[in-house]
Design a protein around this ligand. Sequence first.
Ligand code: FES
Length: 293
Amino acid sequence: MSLMGILDRIADSATFDRAIEPARRAVLAALKPQAFKDLLHGTWLGHPVHPVLVQVPVGSWTSAGLLDAIPSMRPAATVLIGTGVAAAIPAAMSGAADWSEQGVGVQRLGALHAVGNTVALGLYVGSLVARARGRGGLGRVLSYAGLGVATGSAAVGGHMSYAQSSGASHAATAARALTSDWIDLGPLDDLPDGRPALRTGGGSGVDVPLAVVRRGTRVDVFIGTCSHLAGPMYEGRVEQVRGSDCLVCPWHQSAFDLADGQPRRGPAANPQDKLEVRMQAGRVMARVPGRDR
Ligand code: FES
């Protein structure tokens, strides 16, 4: 069986669910208030922040591994290992925030990823202690072991992103399937006022759900699947969040600005794709912007 097949098997296994769920609830309880959690998600950036933060420990520890091979550079390697240990803390916190509101398969692999990273961190802390006590040989053994474990754990994290779409925008995927033509969404008067309605747009052989929000004569049209985990945005609600009128997802309460689709509250970090709208003889027409320019 391939490595990917093994990881898929782990994602399908319920063996450790009884330990994972209490851990998930503990993370949710610890990461408060919501603004702090959104900081860790990257909601303020409009992009998940975890992949940005992991660059520092990964880069520091990999570079330390190279410098440790050159005796005169070993003091610099120790500095890099310490840098990686310090930077691993915020990286782990952002990863935990994202993990706490993912689907069950991602949570299972995420738990494995977290255990691997914790073991790697422990090995690097042990390496620092050994180096501080003058036991450089043991320190190097521990840090190379840490690098091996961290690399394996990074492969698990990569599978979460590339095979399980963790952190990917599910709205952007749906938007790519939409036709570039103007889509007729029907008469303005058929839309309810102040709450989203479901309409569909064609493209690539599938119907793409759209969330259409009418407020008076103004209409905002979004991809109907939430950028976070593809929740039904057309079943959400309109609400003011942090000073902006937002469309709120019914699944995890992510809020997207009606003006531009930017996330104003997580767990979503990616924006919600918005269509351009025009009125034609009392009918609402929408299309993905910028396709034919
Ligand atoms: S699916 Fe999670 S907030 Fe929408």
